[in-house]
Design a binder for this molecule. Structure first.
Ligand code: ADP
Ligand code: MG
Length: 580
């Protein structure tokens, strides 16, 4: 299992092996250069200055050029690591983001029923960024640290093993300090992230609910909630800065302490005449190479933990199998006639055992207009979601034109069905964009025709920019009735043979309801239509009314037949006190 996980991780490097190789090459070269420069200094201070003045001058000039060239190489290496490495990480992050978004699109309703949108969003943003950092900094830091540390150790042991051991002896203390404080820092940063997430959540809630906030006059209370989150973030940041202060200055002190140890021990060895001044200078120049790997390795462990936990959260999502997938032999059904049959359908949602529908058997003929009534929670919406396969039946089957819908591709099945619900979801963008959603390649003429059919053309023409008017996030700039008519225009354009209206007019005022009802009836012509109605007055004229109860279809018939029966339907009718 574990191996598998990291094998999968390695797969993301595959398209970028060239960049990865270049990144590693420059990391190795850059680290090697930092090992060479002090050796040149040693040669100058230990050998060149004791040569004949003329030759010494010449050599110094040559070596100065060599050192400048080495620094230039180091610059180029660092530049490439920063660009090639980061670009590679960013590309891999983009690939993963595409992959997770694609996966989200494939997941079923049952998955989204149980998730918070904010968390699904952070998988795609923050978590992937952490992984991206790990992708390139991880291998770079490990390679650079190993080369610098081992290289320095070998060189120093060769120059003077006693002094090299003294210098190395102080490193474990530094390592422990760095490790402890890095852990504290990591936890502090995690607290910062949690606090900012709280602020985001609070902000999202208050801003989305701004109309409720204002209507209740609760601005002060919202301010209070926000302020406490804001202060908590400040406190968290202050404590993080305190830890960061100790960490950074502590690491500075340790570096100086290593220097002091080297100077003191070096002075002793100088007095004993076992060490040359040039060697001591060389040692001093290597101290950074000694301490840098510690900082890097410690920051690598932090990056690794962040990246790995982000990666695990990413895998958690990627490993969710969609409940509803196309059968291997699924066919594209083209355009359906619209005969729908439910055969002994049983259904319950995954998280409960109680059946919402049991033994539902029902035939709807192509072109028929059928109304479905039932008390709230009876399962009307559920029954409708089974037709486009938003959920699969627990047992039994649903056929359209005599074919089990599980044998059709989901795309071709859903292409044949238009759904209009009470809550209209419109996307940010213009009126035209939203109507075109029903048929992406529609011409402007088709869009206008659809709008006219949906009784929407007139009000659209009165908007400031007509069809090009921006409707705001989720259509906030439109009235309920206008939004519903746009959603109908969208379905007119899609032109499906099967329609489902799920309480499409129940949120509307009487006047809008009449207009929308008129459009709905126009849309329903020559299509198989299943209407769930909240107000019985809107379905009085339906030739066939089904009454859904917990025990399935309890009654069916025309309004007059059902009233004569004096059963469940008649009872509903009396409760509503409908006179129309
Ligand atoms: P209706 O549309 O007739 O009012 P629904 O089909 O919406 O009824 O709901 C039928 C039952 O299924 C209710 O008890 C409801 O709580 C439950 N239910 C609806 N949607 C879900 C869901 N996504 N997950 C779990 N239970 C659900
Ligand atoms: Mg419902």
């Amino acid at each position: 299992m574990k191996e598998n996980k990291w094998k999968k991780f390695a797969r993301y490097y595959k398209p970028y092996l060239g960049s990865f190789a270049a990144d590693m090459f420059f990391a190795i070269l850059g680290a090697a250069v930092t090992l060479i420069i002090p050796m040149v200094v040693r040669y100058i201070t230990g050998t060149v200055i004791y040569e004949e003045p003329d030759k010494a001058m010449k050599d110094i000039a040559v070596l100065a050029v060599v050192m400048i060239a080495l620094v230039a190489v180091e610059f180029v290496c660092n530049y490439f690591i920063a660009t090639v490495g980061h670009n590679m990480g960013a590309k891999m992050e983009t690939d993963m983001r595409t992959e997770i978004f694609d996966h989200y699109q494939k997941l079923s309703f049952s998955f989204f029923d149980n998730q918070k949108v904010g968390q699904l969003m952070s998988r795609v943003t923050n978590d992937l960024f952490d992984i991206s950092e790990l992708f390139h900094h991880g291998p770079e830091d490990v390679v650079i640290s190993l080369i610098k540390f081992i290289g320095t150790m070998v060189i120093l042991l060769n120059i003077h093993s006693g002094l090299a051991l003294c210098a190395a002896a102080s490193l474990p203390f530094m390592l422990v300090f760095a490790y402890v404080y890095n852990g504290k820092l990591k936890r502090a940063f995690k607290r910062n992230r949690d606090r900012i997430a709280d602020i985001n959540a609070q902000l999202e809630d208050s801003l989305s609910g701004v109309r409720v906030v204002k209507s209740f006059g609760n601005e002060d209370a919202e301010m209070g909630k926000f302020q406490s989150g804001n202060n908590a973030f400040l406190e968290s940041k202050k404590s993080a800065y305190k830890i960061m202060g100790i960490y950074n200055s502590g690491m500075g002190v340790f570096t100086t302490l290593v220097t002091i140890v080297v100077v003191v021990a070096g002075a002793v060895f100088l007095t004993n005449k076992t060490l040359e001044v040039a060697d001591l200078v060389t040692f001093m120049l290597y101290i950074n190479n000694f301490t840098d790997p510690i900082k890097r390795l410690v920051s690598f462990t932090e990056q690794f933990q962040n990246g790995a936990s982000g990666y695990e959260r990413f895998l958690e999502i990627m490993n969710v199998e969609p409940d509803i997938v196309d059968d291997k032999h699924a066919v594209d059904v083209g355009t359906l006639q619209g005969d729908i049959s439910f055969k002994n359908v049983m259904f319950h949602y995954v998280d409960t055992d109680t059946n919402v529908l049991s033994n539902l058997t029902l035939d709807i003929k192509a072109g028929e207009y059928v109304a479905l009534v039932g008390s709230s929670g009876a399962g009307k919406t559920t029954m409708c979601s089974l037709i486009p396969r938003f959920y699969d039946v627990t047992s039994g089957e649903i056929d359209i034109d005599g074919m089990d819908i599980r044998k059709m591709t989901q795309k071709s099945l859903r292409r044949n069905i238009g759904i209009v619900q009470q809550d209209v979801y419109l996307f940010a963008g213009t009126v035209k964009d939203n109507i075109r959603y029903g048929k992406p390649d529609a011409t402007d003429e088709e869009i206008i025709a659809a709008a006219k059919n949906a009784n929407a053309h007139e009000f659209i023409m009165q908007l400031p920019d007509g069809y090009n008017t921006d409707i705001g996030q989720r259509g906030v700039k439109l009235s309920g009735g206008q939004k519903q008519r746009l959603s109908l225009a969208r379905v007119f354009l899609k032109n499906p043979p099967i329609l489902i209206f799920d309480e499409a007019t129940s949120a509307l005022d009487n006047e809008s309801e009449k207009i929308v009802q008129d459009s709905l009836e126009h849309l329903a012509k020559n299509r198989t239509t299943l209407v769930i109605a909240h107000r019985l007055s809107t379905i009085r004229n339906a030739k066939r009314i089904l009454v859904l109860t917990e025990d399935g279809i309890a009654e069916e018939g025309t309004h007059d037949e059902l009233m004569a029966k004096n059963g469940v339907y008649a009872n509903f009718y009396h409760i509503q006190g409908v006179t129309a």
